[in-house]
Design a binder for this molecule. Structure first.
Ligand code: ADP
Length: 543
């Protein structure tokens, strides 16, 4: 007799083996594999589920699946069960579930129906995969792409921009956006002659009015480092920094304004290495800025440095161009004045009654011709200096005769002022281009007369020192304000004064500066508005 029990037995064993294998697979899976009845009661719970949700098998068996579903996702369960009842699979979908500790876990879920041996649907098996890492990676990828896009937009924006203010604003906005700062500020390193005030240039995240209550930020320990090129300064909590002074850029925020805790300061250097500004970022929460932000900002500030330098150069060129245009107008006027005067004298000379005064007319006309000649020489000199072609005829000569000759020449043209001389008894030997040194002296003397309309004297003093001789021309005229002192030796530079208008081309001192420098000497000025000026130049004495 056949023994069906044997066949049953081997079939059962085979089944048990299969089930054990399946159980092992389920058990070792990192995904949560859960089965539930059609009413949603949990009927199995693998180790993966235990790890993912934090409940042990004993804790959840027989409980409703909704313990894993956050309240605002509860409707999903109805949709799932509805499909399962109809024998349909629920394809992977992304959602969130909740762990025992209340933590929300982003998951990808697949649900399939469980059939009994007769094919009836008796429940559902659900596989949940934790996708936090995947989402994080995607988020990082997206952020990276955004950063790259922003960086690209920085270089495009900056390279298309030559306006300084717009460039600085762009840099501030982008840096603030990239770091997630609540407040961004770019301080431009403009040091005022009278102090170390930094000019506030651009802001992001705060209104200019709110900031202006603060006045200009003064130099502080924290600030100093950034401007003296010490490099990037990052603090998770600036209020705990020992270097944090009373008036650091953000500590004295206006009333009602967010306090700065996280702080990041990055110097902006020109391509030549000079620190031209500082980018300061703040956040009211601690530890916001990271090393990654530092790297990003370094790359931005590098580009910003180049862009700012270009913008500055462009500004300087524009200014020079403007002055040049002005200059052309002034030059035309300056040249026409002596020509008109000469023409007038010549016309007078042509009249029969002019015989008696003819000589003095000729002298006057000649003076104008000299003036004209000097103007044209100056103009040509500027062109030659620019091209590096101003030639010097250096010889050994005596200084005092040069000085006397210049004084005579000036006196002939301008008789309004007495020129007092303080000359040493012994003459001084110099190695120089005598004609050019005369040109400098004449420029000093004419300026002294031109710019002292109410005085009637000027003084010239020559002093021999150990290794040099110093020539000084003093006047008691209108003087020059401190802020213009540096610029007056620049090409086409004229101090704009509403009170006193006098003709000039703004090239005399530029030429004088060039000549003295080429002789190895120095040129400088001391002046007080309303009191007068002293212009100096020195020449080295031969060994
Ligand atoms: P300019 O032809 O205009 O006199 P300069 O190059 O000689 O050109 O001088 C440049 C500017 O410096 C002048 O426009 C004037 O504003 C100022 N300056 C020169 N000398 C004096 C002076 N002695 N007193 C006051 N201002 C002066």
């Amino acid at each position: 007799m056949p023994k069906p029990a044997y066949t049953d037995e081997s079939g059962r064993q085979e089944l048990e083996k299969k089930q054990a294998m399946l159980a092992a697979i389920v058990d070792s899976s990192e995904d949560a594999i859960i089965s539930k009845t059609l009413q949603g009661m949990i009927t199995s719970w693998n180790r993966g589920a235990e790890q993912m949700f934090g409940y042990t098998e004993a804790e959840v068996m027989g409980k409703h699946i909704s313990i894993l579903i956050p309240e605002d996702h509860l409707s999903e369960e109805d949709m799932i069960i509805d499909r399962i009842r109809h024998g349909l699979r629920v394809l992977p979908f992304q959602t969130v579930r909740q762990g025992k500790d209340g933590r929300l876990i982003p998951v990808s879920i697949t649900v399939s129906p469980i059939l009994s041996s007769d094919g009836t649907i008796i429940g559902a098996s659900k596989i949940a995969r934790d996708i936090s890492e995947q989402l994080q990676a995607m988020k990082e990828l997206k952020e990276h792409a955004q950063t790259q896009e922003l960086l690209l937009s920085v270089s495009t924006a900056l390279s298309a921009q030559l306006d300084l203010q717009t460039t600085l604003q762009k840099v501030t906005d982008i840096a603030t956006q990239l770091t997630g700062a609540e407040l961004g500020a770019f301080f431009y390193n403009r040091i005022e002659p009278e102090g170390e005030a930094y000019m506030l240039y651009t802001l992001a995240g705060a209104s200019r009015e709110a900031f202006e209550h603060l006045g200009m930020p003064r130099s502080t320990a924290v600030f100093d480092g950034t401007f003296s090129g010490e490099g990037i300064f990052r603090s998770d909590d600036i209020t705990k920094e020992p270097r944090h002074g009373q008036n650091a850029p953000f500590s004295g925020m206006p009333e009602g304004h967010l306090p700065v805790v996280s702080y990041l300061a990055v110097p902006v250097n020109s391509p030549g290495g000079e620190t031209i500004g500082g980018l300061f970022l703040g956040h009211s929460r601690p530890a916001i800025f990271t090393e990654e932000h530092e790297k990003l900002l370094s790359s931005i500030t590098l580009q910003a440095g180049v862009a700012i330098e270009n913008a500055r150069l462009y500004e300087a060129i524009q200014q020079l161009n403007m002055r040049k245009d002005e200059f052309i107008g002034v030059a035309g006027h300056e040249l026409r004045t002596p020509i008109t005067t000469i023409k007038g004298y010549l016309q007078l000379l042509g009249e029969p009654s002019s015989e008696a005064v003819g000589k003095s007319f000729i002298e006057k006309a000649l003076r104008q011709v000299n003036k004209l000649n000097r103007l044209v020489t100056d103009l040509l000199d500027v062109t030659k200096i620019q091209a590096g072609r101003l030639e010097y005829n250096m010889t050994t000569c005596f200084l005092l005769p040069l000085i006397r000759e210049s004084v005579d020449m000036v006196h002939q043209i301008y008789s309004s002022h007495r020129i007092e001389l303080q000359l040493p008894a012994d003459d001084i030997v110099i190695t120089a281009d005598g004609v050019k040194i005369e040109q400098v002296v004449i420029n000093f003397l004419t300026n002294a007369i031109k710019y002292s309309p109410v005085a009637d004297r000027i003084a010239l003093c020559v002093k021999k020192e150990e290794q040099r001789v110093v020539v000084a021309v003093r006047d008691w005229g209108i003087g020059i304000e401190q802020q213009y002192l540096e610029s007056i030796f620049d090409r086409y530079y004229r101090v704009v004064s509403s009170e006193y208008v006098v003709g000039g081309l703004g090239i005399g001192l530029y030429i004088a500066h060039e000549i003295v420098q080429r002789h190895g000497g120095d040129i400088w000025v001391e002046s007080e508005p309303g009191k007068g000026s002293v212009f100096y130049f020195s020449l080295p004495l031969p060994e």
